[in-house]
Design a protein around this ligand. Structure first.
Ligand code: PLP
Length: 322
């Protein structure tokens, strides 16, 4: 796993959601804090923030990556944030902005250099939700290895699966040790005594799942190769139809976890979804923007133009490694 993320540490856990929960806690997110993230994501990204007693602040995505926009993050911070003794606060809510969590949508990396630069300027730690981007690269380095911590998922629908599972990866050795400690009930290592020095979690990946994960990891390269050659075929095919098949950006390598088309408008999207599903071709719309759900409607957000644009146009098409 460390080979995969090329980080100093990797800790296997029960799933990606718990990995995100602990990663946020490890960078210091706690009750009453805020976390900058995107609304165009799977719900687990946001749930992990709430599990820590913190609030999401929804910042727009970029059209080209479909992930958190460094430019929009910067614009938000310039308008709403101030540094107090080196700590970033939201002037509107008076809450601490304790982390930033980009998500690499469908395996397409966000603009990591620019995002990390903005976050460094405002002293905001970065947790990468790389649940969907196992094996993806940005400028030759694996996604998940850029932030203070990164998180992978080995859920049943991911490229490599352990049935269920996840991992926290980091180049910060101390944080890696803490990740292991917290996810294994914070038990102080001892041959027979039970001493726990923190409120930890029982998030250790079970051995049976770990055995599966190890076997699956050996096939990751070939799975990604298959995905990438399918993407190539799709790209050639959809070009002849004048339909926009989303491809990786220069300087990135996408794992093409879920392949997607960008249709011209919502009407076209709806027709496409209806006709394909009626003909037993499994296609799906991208997620509903998280703030549209009543449970998540009350949090601060920017204008979300790009997220709304993509929500109305992106559909996933069959993406099996086989
Ligand atoms: C973006 C994203 N974050 C987090 C998760 C949570 O991972 P898990 O299902 O392993 O809990 C998933 C997928 O399931 C995901 O797609």
């Amino acid at each position: 796993m460390t080979e995969l993320s090329r980080t100093q540490k990797a800790v296997a856990v029960v799933n990606g959601t718990s990995a995100l929960q602990v990663a946020l806690r490890l960078v210091g997110v706690s009750n009453g804090d805020e976390v900058l993230t995107q609304a165009l994501t799977f719900i687990a990204t946001i749930n992990a923030i709430i599990y820590n007693g913190a609030a999401p602040v929804f910042i727009d995505v970029d059209i080209d990556t479909m992930g958190l926009s460094p430019y929009k993050v910067e614009r938000f911070l310039e308008q709403f944030a101030e540094l107090r003794n080196g700590i970033c606060f939201n002037k509107k809510t008076n809450k601490r902005i304790a982390a930033c969590m980009p998500m690499h949508t469908f395996g397409f990396p966000v603009h990591l250099d620019e995002l990390i630069e903005v976050c460094n300027k405002w002293n905001i730690p970065v947790v990468e939700d790389a649940a969907e981007s196992i094996g993806s690269e940005y400028k030759g380095k694996p996604t998940g290895s850029f932030g203070n911590l990164g998180v992978f998922s080995f859920n049943g629908n991911k490229i490599v699966t352990s049935g269920g599972g996840g991992a926290i990866v980091t180049n910060d050795i101390e944080l890696g040790i803490k990740a292991k400690h917290l996810t294994t009930t914070a038990k102080v290592p001892h041959p027979y005594e039970y001493v726990h020095d923190d409120i930890g979690y029982n998030f250790r990946m079970p051995n049976l799942n770990a055995a599966l994960a190890c076997a699956q990891m050996e096939q990751l390269d070939s799975f990604i190769q298959n995905k990438r050659s399918l993407a190539l075929e799709y790209n050639t095919f959809f070009k002849t139809k004048g339909i926009n098949f989303r491809t990786e950006l220069p300087n990135t390598k996408a794992n093409y976890w879920l392949m997607c088309l960008q249709l011209d408008n919502k009407k076209e999207r709806d027709i496409f979804l209806k006709e394909t599903n009626e003909n037993k071709v499994m296609t799906r719309p991208i997620w509903q923007l998280i703030f549209k759900s009543p449970i998540y409607s009350g949090f601060q957000r920017d204008a979300q133009e790009n997220a709304i644009y993509l929500e109305e146009r992106i559909v996933n098409i069959p993406s099996s490694v086989r």
